[in-house]
Design a protein around this ligand. Structure first.
Ligand SMILES: [Zn+2]
Length: 122
């Protein structure tokens, strides 16, 4: 989605696609050679993977383990009662919430790996 685009530009946004497809399909037409050329051109230009994702390579063993601060990402966290307290910025978070946040991060980093108590404890 492009935000704050000029209204006079001919962009079609994701939320408008269905409406445009419907409108197009209402126009009676016959498929000719020109249409097939355009269709083949579009197929040849189709890219499955976004060129805008640049994920660095990483593996489990090389990553620093531990709960980070939900606000400043510091590893300097101490447990005080039922809370995690950041020694860097003072941010406080209930332990259960901090653990669940880390489970979500683990899932994001390793979508194919099974989530176990051991791996989250690690
Ligand atoms: Zn912090």
């Amino acid at each position: 989605m492009l935000y704050q685009t000029p209204l006079n530009k001919p962009f079609i946004f994701p939320t408008q696609i269905n409406r445009y497809i419907k409108k197009l399909s209402m126009i009676p037409s016959k498929v000719n050679e020109q249409h097939k050329i355009i269709a083949n051109k579009l197929i040849s230009l189709h890219s499955k993977d976004s060129p805008f994702t640049q994920i660095p390579s990483y593996n489990y063993d090389q990553l620093r383990k531990g709960i980070t601060c939900g606000k400043c990402t510091s590893f300097l966290i101490s447990v005080e009662g039922r809370k995690c307290v950041c020694k860097e910025c003072g941010h406080e978070e209930i332990i259960a919430a901090a653990v669940m946040r880390n489970v979500r991060e683990f899932k994001l980093l390793f979508p194919n790996q099974k989530i176990t108590t051991n791996v989250i404890h690690d």
